[in-house]
Design a protein around this ligand. Structure first.
Ligand code: PHE
Ligand code: ZN
Length: 849
């Protein structure tokens, strides 16, 4: 086979499409190995486009026939599409192609999962279904006919007609091909309904295999809450008569927002008390909301090209974060989101994979569904809102929706809506979209004659392809406390626009203690010489819940780094601070659990690297364990009463209150095991009536080498449930000690239930290992070889999931020479694999550069 060299695509090369699609009619004759797809597309020339040849994308298609205006044609075929001579004006294109969904293991295009047919077209999967202008700025009205003996046949839009062995769907809203979807299978529905604020009655269904019907109620509730919220907060109502969600076991990502027919990884929608943790419930609600919110931010207004991906993803993540905060509390949610930024996005921004929120080039767009585009993209929306205020934000969004409804838009369109609605000049702010890397703010202060001055300097380090950085427009929320802990200046938004700037506060009686970057007002790193005493002071007194937590976190980090350097014991003042937080009954349990959490091993490695040191993953692991044990001993008398106070007497509910109580009691259980031989954890494991408590108990037992019996019991109880089994695989690896982790993972890959072609199962073993820092980076390098072997094996089967998981190597530069050399050779081995996919090859090349 002749594979063309991978091409780099540039934003600056954008060219409007030569032809537009008025309408599409598709007929699917579904057969596992030989499905026929018959297309009829009405094209019109695009008056606004430069002259260009007529070209349709198409990959891995067998062309049976093609015709223009009813006359057979013989197009020129290439590996990526076709070209053909066409008439001057409008014309009708007809083609029949054959595809083999049963052989499609890449899970892109039309494929099969457990006997059902389903599709995944974002970003460029539609071209594996039929010949088409597969680009988001070509929007057409789709009518779809499905022929199959399977009982449930679904596509986008509203049902149009059906008979024995066929069904037709019509979607009145013009859409790009990446939002096309089709499902056919032996499915049952959990059904409900919703009446929109415009009075439209909408039929709601979650389609699953019969055995999963008892796991749909929570997702349905989440969907209805999302529909209400988008009406109340953004004034956006649903626009079809039916909204279908389908659960699929084999899926590369979390879920997909296809118009009217969202397709979900079953792990992102199915939930019930006995099988799902509180974290699962919260994630599921957020993903259902996210996909639903895309109906306006993504579908009604889509992206002009894939460089604009953050236009829909950053905004939609921001919307789902606000939704979760509104429903369950903003303080805890903000901390969770900041942790994702700091632990994952800052790391991406600091390594070889760093890229702007709006990249300027790519080889494979699938590699840019990243925490930078999504989560940093959401932070940019949050900063815009902070800068223009709540009313300005609402006005800007209203203008954006009215002006661009039905269009494929750009970041320029988005920012123009803000400028026109609010009068704010966002020229400098726009740099956030183009400049990669995490800005560092260096803060110093002074005080004289009642005047307090904050000096803030900003600097962003070089990233691949961007050696020189410009100053950004950064909203920095600041409050000032006096020595007694009283707030003398409430939260004030400073706008940093220069490389160095001074902000002045007058009329103060004494030198205040600053609380900087309240509520994580910008995705930046703040560097400031703060004493541990001052951190302890903020941990006790800060009125901003985020910064109060953050003071505890910085203190914990400083204390642990001291321990790593000195080999000494856990600091007594830190223990007192944690005890105060633990026993403070005015704090809700979720917040106390967050305050009690010590910085993660990855946190500590990043912090050490940030100080120019070379972290030792084993020393980090051992020190953190020792600190945890010493904390447990020190708090031994405080734990029982707190544990008693957070017991739940009500029936199970996956809500914030109960979730917080369970989170805190699980943190305490993890401390108790240092002194009770695992009795409390074993008792919780034996009696748990929900997965949060059962899994936490198992994890704690395993981490102390006391979990073998529980792990076997867990397997016996849950081996029939694929989603729970993923947890069983993952927890044994996550909880393994550094020297055992690779052996445990290797052993599990030999287990009969290790279905490695299923992305969830693959991630639950190979992903769990890359997530166990000390295990993956164990000095012998066995972790690197193990992961490389499996990625090489998965690549020809599923390039997209392989490429995502190679990113586990992106911490490479942080480690010592010996580890770096071993990682380098593992990556080189992947890179040199004959026939490596374009997806994986782009990632490995970037990692090695
Ligand atoms: N657009 C999807 C989302 O954000 C993610 C996705 C991308 C799913 C590509 C599949 C393939 O929800
Ligand atoms: Zn999305």
């Amino acid at each position: 086979m002749n594979i063309a060299a991978p091409q780099t695509i540039y934003l600056s090369d954008y060219m409007a499409p030569g032809w537009l699609v008025e309408s599409v009619h598709l007929t699917f004759k579904l057969v596992p190995e030989s499905t026929r797809v018959i297309s009829r597309i009405a094209f019109t020339p695009n008056p606004d486009a430069p002259p260009q040849p007529f070209m349709l994308h198409g990959e891995e298609l067998k062309l049976i026939s093609a015709a223009i205006d009813g006359v057979a044609v013989s197009p020129d075929l290439t590996a990526t599409g076709l070209t053909c001579a066409v008439p001057d004006g409008a014309f009708i294109w007809e083609a029949e192609v054959e595809i083999a969904p049963a052989k499609n293991t890449a899970l892109e295009g039309l494929y099969m999962s457990n006997g059902m047919y389903c599709t995944q077209c974002e970003a460029e999967g539609f071209r594996k279904i039929t010949y088409y202008p597969d680009r988001p700025d070509v929007m057409g009205v789709f009518t779809v006919r499905i022929e199959s003996d399977l009982p449930v046949l679904l596509s986008n839009g509203n049902p149009a007609a059906a008979g024995a062995g066929w069904a037709e769907w019509h979607d009145p809203w013009p859409k790009p091909a990446y939002l096309f979807a089709l499902v056919a299978g032996d499915l049952v529905a959990h059904n409900d309904s919703f009446t929109t604020m415009e009075g439209r009655d909408v039929d709601l269904n979650i389609w699953v295999r019969a055995a999963d019907l008892d796991k749909c109620a929570f997702g349905m509730g989440a969907l209805k809450r999302s529909m209400v919220w988008d009406e109340q907060v953004y004034g956006r109502a649903y626009d079809l008569d039916v909204f279908n969600i389908v659960a699929v076991d084999d899926f590369n990502m979390g879920a997909m927002e296809n118009k009217g027919l969202n397709i979900f990884n079953s792990s992102a929608v199915l939930a019930k008390q006995s099988t799902s943790t509180d974290a699962d419930f919260q994630r599921i609600e957020a993903i259902i909301a996210h996909e639903y919110f895309h109906n306006w931010t993504g579908n009604r207004i889509t992206c002009r090209d894939w460089f604009q991906l953050c236009l829909k993803e950053g905004l939609t993540v921001f919307r789902d974060q606000s939704f979760t905060g509104d429903l369950h509390g903003h303080a805890v949610k903000r901390i969770e989101d900041a942790l994702v930024m700091r632990n994952r996005q800052f790391q991406e921004d600091a390594g070889p994979l760093a890229h702007p929120v709006r990249p300027e080039s790519f080889v494979e767009i699938n590699n840019f569904y990243t925490v930078t585009v999504y989560e940093k993209g959401a932070e940019l929306v949050g900063m815009l809102k902070r800068l223009v205020g709540d009313d300005g934000y609402r006005a800007a969004l209203d203008l954006y929706f009215t002006r661009h409804d039905g269009q494929a838009a750009t970041i320029e369109d988005w920012l123009t809506a803000f400028t026109e609605a609010t009068g704010r000049d966002l020229t400098q702010f726009k740099r956030w979209y183009a400049q990669a890397g995490t800005p560092r703010l260096t803060v110093t202060d002074d005080f004289k004659n009642g005047t307090y001055r904050l000096h803030i300097a900003q600097q962003t380090l070089a990233t691949p392809g961007q050696p020189d950085k410009l100053p950004l427009h950064i909203p920095v929320a600041v409050g000032l406390l006096d020595i007694t802990g009283a707030e003398v200046v409430p939260t004030t938004l400073l706008e940093l626009t220069e490389a160095q700037q001074t902000f002045t506060f007058d009329g103060l009686a004494s030198k205040p203690v600053p609380s900087i970057l309240r509520n994580f007002s910008a995705p930046v790193i703040v560097e400031r010489d703060v004493t541990q005493a001052e951190q302890a002071f903020l941990l006790t007194h800060d009125t901003d819940p985020f910064n109060r937590w953050d003071a505890g976190r910085s203190l914990g980090q400083a204390v642990l780094l001291d321990m790593i350097a000195s080999g000494g014991d856990l600091d007594a003042a830190y223990i007192d601070g944690l005890r105060a937080a633990l026993t403070d009954s005015t704090l809700d349990p979720a917040m106390r659990a967050l305050l009690l959490a010590m910085p993660s091993e990855a946190d500590l490695a990043i912090a050490l690297a940030g100080q120019g040191q070379i972290p030792d993953p084993d020393a980090i692991h051992q020190t953190r364990r020792k600190a945890h044990r010493q904390l447990a001993m020190a708090l031994a008398n405080d734990i029982p009463p707190v544990l008693a106070s957070v017991q739940i007497d009500a029936p199970f509910a996956p809500d914030a209150d109960q979730g917080g109580r369970r989170a805190l009691s699980n943190s305490l259980l993890a401390l108790l095991i240092w002194s009770d031989n695992g009795n409390a954890a074993q008792a919780q494991f034996d009696s748990a009536d929900n997965m949060t408590q059962q899994l936490a108990a198992l994890s704690i037992l395993l981490a102390h080498g006391a979990g073998d019996t529980a792990a076997q019991a867990f397997y016996d109880q849950w081996h029939h449930d694929r989603l729970v089994l993923n947890k069983w695989f993952a927890v044994q690896i996550s909880a393994a000690q550094p020297q055992d982790a690779v052996a445990v993972a290797t052993h599990l890959t030999q287990h009969p239930n290790f279905e490695w072609k299923n992305p969830n199962r693959f991630r639950s073993v190979i992903g769990a290992l890359t997530g166990n820092q000390a295990g993956f980076h164990h000095a012998d390098g066995a972790g690197y070889d193990f992961v490389a072997d499996w990625l090489i094996k998965l690549d020809p089967v599923n390039p997209q999931t392989t490429a995502r998981m190679v990113a586990g190597f992106d911490s490479m530069r942080r480690w010592d020479d010996a580890r770096r050399a071993k990682m380098h050779s593992a990556l080189t081995r992947i890179k040199d694999t004959p026939g490596l996919s374009r997806d994986t090859s782009e990632m490995v090349t970037r990692l090695l550069s």
